[in-house]
Ligand binder design. Structure first.
Ligand SMILES: [Zn+2]
Length: 277
């Protein structure tokens, strides 16, 4: 289930859109980042950790989207964190009494029967400007940006040289912009890519929120690929991108639909004069 991706760092890939959960070994237990999707796989992670004698001592959600906010009782009751903006966003979402219906509608049928929602989003926001996850283990630096979702965090496990990118730098998903009332989603995305480029020299392993884990070469290639996509979107070109069109992986053709929707949204914004250059 869990496989080692660096010294003291393990990962589990879900069958649901190749979602990656990451485990960082600390002194008295582990930090679990984006815990997983189905109850079955979160229980499997909990079982693996019990065999390793490693309780979960902290959790972290990279951003406030349901597939990064789940938890299972068997993982225990450790504090779970996110950035302040991430926590505020999910708190507002959970204040709508019908939120479970909204999530249930989004769940694909192959996992819908086994996604435990009761502990979704029960995270504590770290004070704005917090640069490290508070826990007893290797330093995990937080790089907050506003691409993809409010208060999105990329995490650098410094001494392990692992970058946990959240929903960026994927080999299967195109950049998905946060188009919910954001003033300049394109620039937010490009700024986040610059932020990741600034730490690229400090990482040998890249873990995207969805897709294949890669090395330093993949980290750089995917920064360039995501930037080219976003620039094409800004300029109204059809991106030459292997993740959409005929070269998309079987089963991932829907990513092209996401692209078409984004392109239309950006074009309409430009017509309104809302998003220059
Ligand atoms: Zn995601």
């Amino acid at each position: 289930m869990l496989r080692q991706i660096a010294d003291g760092v393990l990962a589990h890939e879900s069958e649901f859109i190749q979602s990656n959960a990451v485990v960082v070994q600390g002194k008295a237990g582990v930090l679990l980042i984006d815990a997983g999707i189905t109850g079955e796989e979160m229980v499997a992670i909990a079982d693996d950790l019990r065999k390793l004698n490693q309780p979960v001592v902290a959790g972290f959600s990279t951003h406030p989207h349901w597939d990064h906010l789940l938890w299972h009782a068997k993982l225990g009751e450790a504090p779970r964190y996110g950035t302040a903006r991430c926590a505020a966003d999910i708190k507002a979402f959970l204040s709508d009494p019908s939120w479970k219906d909204g999530v249930a509608e989004e769940l694909p049928p192959e996992v819908a029967g086994d996604v435990p929602l009761d502990l979704l989003g029960l995270i504590t926001g770290l004070p704005a400007g917090t640069t490290q996850i508070p826990w007893d283990g290797p330093q995990v630096r937080i790089f907050e940006h506003q691409a993809h979702a409010p208060g999105h965090a990329a995490l650098l496990i410094e001494e392990r040289r692992v970058l946990v990118a959240g929903d960026m730098l994927s080999d299967v998903l195109i950049p998905m912009l946060d188009l919910n009332d954001t003033a300049d989603p394109i620039e937010d995305y490009l700024a986040a890519l610059r932020l990741l480029e600034g730490v690229a020299n400090d990482a040998d392993v890249l873990v995207p929120g969805h897709g294949s884990i890669g090395g330093a070469d993949q980290l750089r290639a995917r920064i360039d690929q995501d930037r080219a996509y976003v620039q094409a979107l800004r300029e109204g070109h059809v991106p030459d991108d292997p993740r959409i069109g005929p070269s998309a992986k079987p089963g991932w053709e829907w990513v092209g639909d996401v692209h078409a929707w984004q392109a239309q949204h950006i074009a309409e914004g430009n017509e309104r004069g809302g998003s220059p250059g």
